[in-house]
Design a protein around this ligand. Structure first.
Ligand code: NAD
Ligand code: UDP
Length: 319
């Protein structure tokens, strides 16, 4: 049985990855310090013989006994309100956390895939973003703590690849959504749906002309799975190229939820990227991957999930 370590296992993407690798017949070790994650996302796995959980901060030395075939490094605050609230931990998990996991991968002779992000392109001057684009990041802006941590993560991963011959994979994840996102994590989809469910106005930041391209979680997990098992070690964008303005998206949410609340406007946060759309030619060509679940279907499933949560979740304060 192949053994995989998944960091950030109690989070949104990490928990879906745990499910996927369990279903593929792997022995899965989940690791998380629960700083933004929730054990509820993986509690259904605790009864399984091929799942174990370590409550550990990966910015500190990481020890796992026995052999390991693969590591997926997904631990990191991921939503702007999270990483603005815990900026130092965000830098540490991208830098020291990644260093620890690369060291572990080297010691175990395991292949490691790290979760990078479209944020490494910053507020992009090239559109759509190809993997060859170097990005436009404000190193000292508030978002810099996340963007630069992820850029460092890519650099140190390539250094381990070139210097130590480690087998590495880098996925650049574009905005992904679905069940198990935290309703209060501040990202636009839980924010709008939470507002609609509480009967509040929907808050657009800026004039709503900024764009994003939203990928459903099952598609994202499939892309990551294929990339891990591929033999390609340079970064690959995984995301859904269907781009939409935040204003049009708010209107879609009004229709989906049937809310009679208004759309209101608030200031745009500093360095909020104006446009974002992945070029996925590489993923198509190298992995035979492209998204299958379009926004309408993905949003219906996501709304159903949020509606099924106990009412107190709607009023929970941010972490
Ligand atoms: P999430 O907040 O739901 O999950 C992150 C998990 O990492 C949480 O469970 C958290 O407790 C854990 N964690 C954070 N710091 C840790 C540490 N020092 N030690 C151990 N565990 C720690 O976020 P997510 O959306 O699931 O994102 C997962 C990964 O994917 C992140 O690395 C993020 O940067 C990347 N990513 C996500 C998206 C997206 O759209 N969801 C986009 C780009 C990149
Ligand atoms: N956004 C918004 N209202 C909200 C939350 C977010 O208009 O209540 C905007 C945000 O400014 C950004 C876009 O929606 O332009 C996507 O934000 P999110 O935090 O989901 O992701 P990211 O900016 O990291 O892509």
């Amino acid at each position: 049985m192949k053994k995989i370590l998944i960091t950030g296992a109690a989070g949104f993407l990490g928990s879906h990855l745990c499910d996927r690798f369990i279903n593929e017949g792997y022995y899965v070790i989940g690791m998380d310090n629960l700083i933004t994650g929730d054990l509820k996302n993986i509690e259904h796995l605790f009864k399984l013989k091929n799942f174990e959980f370590y409550n550990h901060d990966v910015s500190k030395f990481v020890h796992v006994s026995g052999s390991l075939d693969y590591i997926l490094h997904f631990a990191s605050p991921a939503s702007p309100i999270d990483y603005l609230k815990i900026p130092i931990q965000t830098l540490k998990v991208g830098a020291m956390g990644t260093h620890n996991l690369l060291g572990l991968a080297k010691a175990k002779n395991a292949r490691i895939l790290i979760a990078s992000t479209s944020e490494i392109y910053g507020d992009p001057l090239v559109h759509p973003q190809t993997e060859e684009y170097y990005g436009n990041v404000n190193t000292i802006g508030p978002r810099g703590v996340y963007d630069e941590a992820k850029r460092f993560m890519e650099s140190i991963t390539m250094a381990y690849n070139r210097f130590h011959g480690l087998e590495t994979r880098i996925v650049r994840i574009f905005n992904t959504y679905g069940p198990r996102m935290r309703l209060n994590d501040g990202r636009v989809i839980p924010a709008f749906i939470g507002q609609a469910l509480r009967g509040e106005d929907l808050t657009i930041f800026g004039d709503g002309s900024q764009t994003r391209s939203f990928c459903y979680v099952d598609d994202q997990v499939e892309g990551i799975y294929r990339l891990l098992l591929s033999d390609y070690d340079l970064p690959v964008n995984i995301g859904n190229p269907y781009e939409i303005t935040i204003k049009d998206f708010a209107e879609e949410i009004v229709k989906l939820t049937g809310t009679d609340q208004k759309i209101i406007y608030k200031p745009l946060p500093k360095d909020d990227p104006m446009q974002r759309q992945p070029n996925i030619s590489k993923a198509k060509e190298l992995l035979g991957w492209e998204p299958k679940i379009m926004r309408e279907e993905g949003m219906r499933k996501t709304y159903k999930y949020f509606k099924s949560l106990p009412e107190e979740e709607l009023y929970k304060k941010e972490h």
